[in-house]
Design a protein around this ligand. Structure first.
Ligand SMILES: [Ca+2]
Ligand SMILES: [Ca+2]
Length: 97
């Protein structure tokens, strides 16, 4: 299994390289437009970031488990933004490209 750091780094890169901010990323991945990121949408995010097919479900589940504060199995904007902000803080030392 890829390490947590590896996956988070890929997600961070995806978002920083393709979106102006976390909000824009959330809008993009909220495919059904309900204002919430559910597991399938999270899996799509992981797919785009390059996480292998066999790990996406597991990783999406773990991310949901960690970020879903109100336990509705979906990430609302606050939960998603908290996750992204934590991600941006947690990983540093990467070279700007
Ligand atoms: Ca959604
Ligand atoms: Ca939630």
């Amino acid at each position: 299994m890829p390490s947590k750091e590896q996956i988070l780094n890929q997600v961070k890169e995806l978002i920083t390289n393709n979106f102006e901010n976390a909000e824009a990323a959330m809008e993009f991945f909220d495919k059904n437009g309900d204002g919430l990121i559910e597991k399938n949408e999270l899996k799509e995010l992981l797919k785009q970031s390059g996480t292998g097919r066999m790990w996406r479900g597991i990783v999406a589940g773990k991310m949901l488990g960690g970020l879903d504060k109100d336990s509705d199995k979906k990430l609302n904007k606050d939960e998603f933004m908290n996750g992204i902000n934590a991600l941006m803080k947690e990983i540093d030392g990467g070279e700007e490209e």
